[in-house]
Design a protein around this ligand. Structure first.
Ligand code: FES
Length: 149
C-alpha cells in the first residue's frame, strides 16, 4: 500500500512530528477539530499562542489516511513561529505540493487547512470572550464604586 505514497508522506507518517494534545481549556490554546465528509477522517490540531500572537507550539492527532497524517504533521511544522495572520493564509496546495499528493488525496491536505483555521478561530473567540468578561467585570466594578459614592 505504502508504495503508492511519496517518500515525504511516508517520512511524516512513520515519524509524525508533534503528535499529542494541549490542554484545550488553557486560555492561550486554540483547538481545531474537523472532519472530511468524503471519507469520515478526523483531524485535531491545536496551537499555543504567545502574547505577541505568535504560534509557539502546535500538536495534532489525526484519525485518517497516511496523507492526512502527513499533512497535519507537516502543518504543525509550518505554523510554529508564525503569526496567526500568516498561519491563517497557509493553503492546502502548499502542503499537497511539498508532500507530492496526487489529486485524489487533495482533500486530505484540505483537512489540515481547515484544522488550522478552526484552531485560530477557536483561539480568537476565546480571547474575545475573555476581554468581554474583563470589560463587564470592570463596568460592574465601576458601577459598584459609583453606587458607593
Ligand atoms: Fe480522507 Fe485522506 S482519505 S483524509
Amino acid at each position: 500500500i505504502t508504495r503508492n505514497y511519496h517518500e515525504k508522506v511516508i517520512s511524516h507518517y512513520e515519524k509524525p512530528r508533534n503528535v499529542g494534545s494541549l490542554p484545550k481549556d488553557d486560555i492561550d490554546v486554540g483547538t481545531g477539530l474537523v472532519g472530511a465528509p468524503a471519507c469520515g477522517d478526523v483531524m485535531k490540531l491545536q496551537i499555543r499562542v504567545d502574547e505577541n500572537g505568535i504560534i509557539k507550539e502546535a500538536k495534532f492527532k489525526t484519525f485518517g489516511c497516511g496523507s492526512a497524517i502527513a499533512s497535519s504533521s507537516y502543518m504543525t511544522e509550518l505554523v510554529m513561529g508564525r503569526s496567526l495572520e500568516d498561519a491563517s493564509k497557509i493553503k492546502n496546495t502548499e502542503i499537497a505540493k511539498e508532500l507530492c499528493l496526487p489529486p485524489v488525496k487533495l482533500h486530505c491536505s484540505m483537512l489540515a487547512e481547515d484544522a488550522i483555521r478552526s484552531a485560530i478561530r477557536d483561539y480568537r473567540s476565546k480571547r474575545a470572550r475573555l476581554s468581554q468578561a474583563a470589560a463587564a467585570a470592570e463596568a460592574s466594578a465601576t458601577a459598584t464604586a459609583a453606587a458607593q459614592v
